[in-house]
Design a protein around this ligand. Structure first.
Ligand code: ZN
Ligand code: ZN
Length: 242
């Protein structure tokens, strides 16, 4: 197994239902040997998340703590089959990392075709870097066109460790994640593993994903968590080390 250098999907107390501070998260990431940590607080439609002012004020946060690069971002909500997002351009322009996903408490879905069309719009949105947990079962989706579009637009699809937790009761998540892995392998589409940590101890914990990667014999070179420089280049994020 190669070394994990990036976890791009985590939450702090600012998300309202997570339990560690930004500094605790950065410290834990440094202890785990990460080079970069994505802090992706929930967008405004999730009850109890941070106010919009949080995203405006992020310039006060040093982008390096304890030797770890912090990518200050948002997990933006996809609201409907039109691909409507719950964060305005004004705020999106301030993010180091823009991720987007569907969440049951604010997602109005349609047919499989309509859901897929909506997500394709988000994949093609040049502001969006990562699609969070497309396989978690919130929306019925046709994965193959998503995998093809993700490759064309340099958007990363995430395979999410948190979605596979037994407490989440997401029966579809395992099968969907396996299908996404098989399709990404076939189309040579890079992807990212996400911990979706809601407490510092969960950073870079991909425990539930290793068996799926083994089962699909998924190639290491398509996993962006191992390759910091390539991650920045692929997503068009300036590399501070450069
Ligand atoms: Zn999420
Ligand atoms: Zn999340």
């Amino acid at each position: 197994m190669k070394k994990i250098l990036i976890d791009a999907h985590t939450h702090t107390i600012a998300s309202g239902h997570a339990y560690s501070s930004l500094q605790e998260m950065a410290r834990a990431a440094a202890d785990k040997g990460l080079q970069a940590l994505g802090i992706t607080e929930h967008g405004p439609s999730i009850p109890g998340t941070c106010p919009l002012l949080y995203f405006k004020n992020m310039f006060v946060v040093p982008r390096k703590m304890y030797g770890v690069r912090l990518l200050m971002g948002c997990e933006i909500n996809i609201l409907d089959t039109q691909g409507t997002l719950d964060l305005d351009e004004e705020y999106m322009g301030r993010l180091d990392l823009a991720t987007a996903g569907m969440h049951a408490n604010c997602w109005k879905g349609g047919s499989k075709e309509e859901n897929t069309e909506g997500l394709l719009r988000v994949i093609r949105n040049p502001r969006i870097h990562i699609i969070c947990h497309p396989g978690d079962g919130t929306a019925d989706l046709d994965f193959e066109p998503l995998v093809i579009a993700a490759k064309e637009t340099h958007t990363l699809l995430e395979i999410n460790n948190h979605s596979l937790a037994p407490e989440r009761h997401r029966n579809a998540a395992r099968e969907n994640s396996l299908e996404l892995l098989r399709l990404c392998k076939r189309h040579e589409t890079p992807l990212i593993l996400g911990s979706d940590a809601h407490i510092s101890f969960q950073i870079a914990d991909y425990e539930r994903l290793w068996p799926l990667l083994a089962e699909t014999e998924f190639p290491d070179e398509l996993i962006m968590n191992y390759q910091a420089k390539r991650f920045y280049t692929y997503l068009g994020i300036p590399d501070l080390q450069a």
